[in-house]
Ligand binder design. Structure first.
Ligand code: PHE
Length: 355
């Protein structure tokens, strides 16, 4: 028997054995690899007499084709067997109980900050941020606060050093200063964030949240302020009508200044915003004082505008019926599970339902 017939014979016998994918691949290398038996037969071609060569070559080629086809088929068969056995063994048991996992909740304050930002951004306000640790200048002096103003008092303000140079900001108004110092008018921004005062009872916490608003341009007047706040309150509480009153007040950084109350009533133990004859104070505001504009290098003879500061926690308490401010910051999971929001909860004000 010729060498190649022997090779084929051997191969046919091997193929009858119980083979796995690896051993078939090994057989393939033994035959067709660099020093494989079939490869070596091809190398012999050159040294065979010309008259023999053609016959040998055609015999060799047909055996090669036969073997290759047989190998491919074997590999295919083995792969199918493997897939079937995987399907059999790796079957998913859909009746197993699912693995439990904890999903977090969005804190009502974060939720309300998102809602506020979304409402104001629809009428062209950008969102700015400032640091919790401020210097005395941005928090008081630039905002036209006299040296002897009671707000500077140690009892109200958390100072971080004896020189009273650094402090925890007592309101978000320093972000007005930062914004105007770093840019050029017009300005139309809101700035939500944490604020700090030495105060603690059912409606006051030493750390609380405000959102500052500032709109400075060439022809801004108090009518714009009223319109803007009216729009905001209606959107926020998702009501079509709102009772709102401006009470004269005083802030060193606005002139004139006002505090804004909204009308409400209690019905069946629930608070109803926008009607009734009770009043609730929710924010301070006014026309930005010319001295503040001068301090931040804005010419008050060309530009003017309004500012406001809203207590965020109080808005959250009102909208979501939470009656103790301190519970916001006690990090009690049961409380958060009850009052918190699922990440995909979309308040109707986002969807524009109230419009
Ligand atoms: N900063 C004031 C406060 O904390 C609120 C305010 C902001 C008033 C802007 C007028 C203008 O009470």
């Amino acid at each position: 028997m010729s060498d190649i017939k022997k090779i084929k014979e051997e191969f046919i016998n091997k193929l009858k054995q119980d083979l796995d994918l690896n051993s078939v691949n090994q057989i393939k290398t033994d035959l067709f690899g660099k020093n494989g038996k079939i490869s070596n037969e091809f190398k012999k071609l050159g040294s065979i007499a010309v008259e023999e060569r053609k016959k040998f070559a055609s015999e060799l080629n047909s055996i090669k084709d036969e073997i290759q086809t047989a190998i491919s088929k074997k590999i295919q068969d083995l792969e199918i067997i493997e897939i079937n056995s995987k399907l059999q063994n790796e079957k998913i048991d859909v009746t197993l109980p699912e693995r439990s996992f904890n999903q977090g909740k969005i804190h009502p304050v974060s939720q309300v900050i998102d809602e506020i930002s979304s409402i104001f951004s629809e009428i062209g306000f950008n969102v700015e941020e400032g640091p919790d640790v401020e210097n005395e200048y941005n928090n008081f002096t630039a905002l036209n606060t006299p040296d002897n103003h009671p707000a500077r008092d140690m009892h109200d303000t958390f100072y971080l050093d004896n020189n009273k140079e650094y402090l925890l900001r007592t309101h978000t108004s320093p972000v007005q200063v930062r914004t105007m110092l770093k840019g050029k008018p017009p300005f139309k921004i809101i700035a939500p964030g944490r604020t700090y005062r030495s105060d603690s009872d059912q409606t006051h916490s030493p750390m609380f949240h405000q959102v500052e608003g500032l709109h400075i341009d060439k022809n801004i007047n108090m009518g714009h302020l009223k319109g803007c706040l009216n729009y905001f309150i209606k959107e926020f509480f998702e009501v079509n009508k709102i009772k709102m009153r401006f009470r004269p007040s005083h802030f060193p950084f606005t002139e004139p200044s006002a505090e804004v109350d909204i009308g409400y009533k209690i019905k069946d133990g629930k608070i109803i915003i926008g009607e009734g004859d009770k009043w609730l104070e929710i924010l301070g505001c006014g026309m930005v004082h010319p001295n503040v504009l001068k301090n931040v290098k804005v010419d008050p003879s060309k530009y003017q505008g309004y500012a406001f500061g809203i207590g965020i926690d109080r808005l959250a308490m009102l909208k979501y019926g939470i009656n103790d401010l301190r519970s916001f910051f006690e990090t009690d999971y049961r409380w958060l599970n009850h009052f918190g929001f699922d990440p995909l909860d979309v308040p109707s004000s986002y969807r524009g339902l109230s419009r």
